[in-house]
Design a protein around this ligand. Structure first.
Ligand code: F6P
Length: 548
């Protein structure tokens, strides 16, 4: 059954939220805490090893209730069932959206067009496990009889960002295999990666759902040519495997069927790390850890499916985005993990969130009359504090931020971890409270500055505060907790899409540039002018050709 289509701005709850917004828009978070001593407790959700404090957001219980009414009015419950049950909710591509099935229990039943997809999922998982075990143990030998030491994942977008982020985030759990990622069609990228590699001990994992992506095929072809400079054609069988839905094209590339890890078209690229696309993850951290990642995601799926919306972490988190985006006109959201391990997390989420919800046509095919998708950015704390935090504290834009912290560090240096976490706590406190004129004056009083200098400096040192943040405090970074965290954002994306009445699972917007690039590439390699370009593009192309 198709997803329902409701313009959120036409709902009763939207009107209620608009009226409510007028009463709350200038209220300071400090006042909200003063007026309700139980606020922190009331707006915190504790679930498994997650402690999620929503109380530093510019909401009251009334706001949350109205946002939940909005979710009910657009029938979020019905949409959640359709999402998990394999309905064709990616209607523009005519597909189900079933990354959740990839982490479901073996005895679950999930039907796509009348066929239970679970046996097929577990068959591929078994293949991933068996292959991982042979490579990690060293029993998989390369063409010259040597064990594998290096893995190169060749893919882009969802076929790169998820595996790359997870492998980097879980490097503490890594085995002896060195893992590399080649994505950019920039030839310098693959050259830099292969320059220290020995083809005899390297395994290449070509990941492309469609097996038509220019970047991936170019890199795969160039790397194969480099490989064949040292080893014969028959060595490909021991050194190249592929993950794809497009089995015929993979075979045509020269990879034999045994070395293909299939995936299904109901797995969206940006949600595919749980499928065979996660092969590099499994190779890097071992199959058991890969399984823990999936099991964490499954726990979050269960939470999302069953928890009341008042206690539902992805639902509240998505509703807050709607609140800031559509009522406060906030344009972006920052993701600030307080662990260096999650260095690539915001980059990964950029694809998930912006490719999914960057849409201006609603599910009825009409242009929306409200804002959708948020701009996502971020870097780990404390580095980001010394880079862009100034703008969050004292800039003119409202930037809601998620602060992700862990109670335990992995290597156990408590002294460093306390310092790190003191910053995690201090920043959200500072963003909320700011610094009043009285506080700045008192501080200036203690200096030796003249009265005139104090007065001059005063306005620059005042922080308004009232900057919203959500604090996610998680016990420890493990494969399981990372799985939960990623799945939390996946479901947040889904809820936002349902409320904004858009289709979150296609990405037609990235196609136009790809088409034009094909035409221009032909022009760069010949003297023909094939496309009709605007004057600016034509001059740029000419200048490049003349000087390259
Ligand atoms: O950027 C567009 C996109 O289609 C992404 O959605 C996808 O993750 C990426 O390209 C790679 O696609 P493929 O896995 O088919 O090579």
């Amino acid at each position: 059954m198709a997803l329902k289509s409701t313009n959120p701005t036409a709902t009763e709850s939207w009107k209620k939220l608009q009226a409510h917004f007028e009463t709350i828009k200038t209220t300071h978070l400090k006042e909200l805490f003063e007026s309700n001593p139980k606020r922190a407790e009331e707006l915190t959700v504790e679930w498994e090893d997650f402690y999620v404090d929503f109380s530093k957001n510019r909401i009251t219980k009334e706001t949350l209730n109205s946002l939940i009414e909005l979710a009910n009015e657009v029938d979020l419950k019905d949409a959640i069932s359709k999402y998990f049950e394999g309905d064709i909710i990616n209607a523009t591509e005519g597909r189900a959206v079933l990354h959740t099935a990839l982490r479901a229990k073996q005895d679950a039943e999930v039907f796509v067009e009348g066929v239970n997809v679970m046996p097929g999922i577990y068959e591929v998982k078994q293949k991933i496990k068996d292959f991982t075990d042979t490579v990690v143990s060293g029993s998989h030998k390369g063409h010259t009889g040597k064990s594998i030491t290096d893995i190169v994942n060749i893919g882009i977008g969802g076929s790169d960002l998820g595996p790359a982020m997870v492998v980097d985030s879980l490097q503490y759990y890594k085995n002896h295999l060195n893992t590399h990622f080649v994505s950019n069609v920039d030839g310098d990228h693959y050259k830099e990666v292969i320059k220290h590699l020995n083809p005899e001990t390297t395994l290449f994992v070509i990941v492309s759902k469609t097996f038509t992506t220019q970047e991936t095929l170019s890199n795969a072809n160039s790397i194969r040519a480099w490989f064949l400079e040292t080893l014969p054609e028959e060595a490909i069988a021991k050194h190249f495997v592929a993950v794809s839905t497009n089995i015929e094209s993979v075979k045509a590339f020269g990879i034999n069927e045994d070395n293909i890890f299939p995936m299904k078209d109901w797995v969206g690229g940006r949600f595919s790390l749980w499928s065979a696309v996660g092969l590099s993850i499994s190779l890097a951290i071992g199959y058991d850890n890969f399984e823990s990642l999936l099991s964490g995601a499954h726990k979050m799926d269960e939470h999302f499916k069953t928890a009341d919306f008042e206690e539902n972490i992805p639902v509240i988190s998505a509703l807050l985005t709607v609140w800031y985006n559509n009522f406060f006109n906030a344009e972006s959201e920052a993701i600030i993990p307080y662990t260096q391990y999650l260095n690539q997390f915001a980059t990964y989420l950029q694809q998930g969130i912006m490719e999914s919800n960057g849409k201006y046509v609603d599910r009825a095919g009409d242009n929306v009359n409200y804002q959708t998708g948020t701009i996502i950015w971020g870097e780990p704390g404390t580095n980001s504090q010394h880079a862009f935090f100034q703008l969050i504290h004292q800039g003119t834009k409202l930037i809601p931020a998620d602060f992700i912290g862990f109670i335990k560090s992995l290597h156990g240096n408590k002294e460093h971890h306390d310092k790190l976490m003191s910053n995690y706590f201090a920043q959200t406190e500072a963003l909320m409270n700011g610094k009043t004129e009285a506080e700045v004056s008192a501080e200036l009083e203690k200096t030796t500055l003249s009265e005139e200098e104090k007065q001059k400096l005063l306005p620059f040192k005042i922080f308004e505060g009232n900057k919203p943040t959500t604090s996610l405090l998680i016990q420890k970074l493990t494969p399981e907790s990372l799985g939960k965290l990623i799945a939390m954002y996946e479901h947040k994306i889904f809820v936002q899409g349902i409320i904004w009445n858009i289709y979150s699972y296609d990405q037609f917007g990235v196609e136009l540039g790809k088409q034009l690039a094909k035409t221009i590439l032909n022009e760069l390699t010949s003297n023909d002018i094939l496309g009709s370009h605007d004057a600016s593009t034509q001059e740029l192309v000419n200048f490049y050709k003349k000087n390259c």
